[in-house]
Design a protein around this ligand. Structure first.
Ligand SMILES: CCCCCCCC(=O)SCCNC(=O)CCNC(=O)[C@H](O)C(C)(C)COP(=O)(O)OP(=O)(O)OC[C@H]1O[C@@H](n2cnc3c(N)ncnc32)[C@H](O)[C@@H]1OP(=O)(O)O
Length: 176
């Protein structure tokens, strides 16, 4: 499904994760407030979204290759951000507007590991929305090491339910 072009990564505008509300910015994969997290950043790039992440040595599966759980995390967080951006745009916003970007949770995450993913090179994940509903989006993401397609994911993202929406009780659950 085409997405309206926006400032791409070359413009280095805000990332989707920069525009999540503070209370929703603690995710291990992409929360800007989580000091121990991966701090993944997703940028619009034409009809797609893109992120680049360089795994650290401790992210290994066996020496020289990336742990599949990390690959799943990158696909998960990047796809959530892709879905959030699509829902935001559907509601008439552009990234950079003052209104925060809505937060999605993962309803389903499927990853196909196509080839071993080498450590020591930046990984690029590209995402696109293939179905957009009222409260959900289905996103397909592909992970590349250089030019080599190493993994592909299909993710169902749903707007965060009340049970995961921080209120006063949620604030107590936040890390200090
Ligand atoms: C809050 C910020 C957190 C940020 C974290 C970033 C990513 C994460 O790690 S999230 C953590 C892992 N995920 C979770 O814990 C989510 C737990 N699950 C839930 O809370 C609920 O099942 C939830 C919200 C996903 C869906 O619940 P609910 O809204 O009642 O479902 P429902 O209304 O039936 O579904 C909405 C749509 O999603 C679809 N859907 C729901 N679950 C699935 C699924 N497992 N597979 C495929 N589609 C699904 C439904 O078919 C429906 O589609 P449509 O609108 O086309 O009919």
């Amino acid at each position: 499904m085409p997405m309206e072009p926006d400032a791409g990564p070359a413009h280095r505008g805000p990332a989707v994760q920069d525009r999540y509300p503070d209370d929703f910015a603690w995710c291990y994969g992409c929360g800007r407030h989580n000091p121990a997290g991966l701090h993944l950043k997703t940028y619009p790039d034409g009809d797609e979204t893109v992120t680049v992440f360089e795994p650290r040595p401790e992210h290994m599966a066996v020496p020289g290759f990336v742990y599949g759980g990390l690959i799943a995390s990158l696909i998960d967080c990047h796809s959530m951000a892709t879905a959030s951006l699509a829902l935001y745009r559907r509601d008439g916003h552009r990234l950079g507007d003052p209104e925060p970007v809505p937060r999605c949770v993962t309803a389903s995450l499927k990853v196909d590991y196509l080839r071993p993913t080498p450590l020591g090179v930046p990984l690029t994940v590209r995402g696109r929305v293939v179905e957009l509903g009222q409260r959900k989006a289905v996103v397909e993401s592909e992970l590349y090491a250089g030019e080599t397609l190493c993994a592909r994911g299909q993710v169902v993202a749903v707007l965060a339910p009340p049970a995961m929406t921080p209120g006063p009780a949620g604030a107590e659950r936040r890390p200090g």
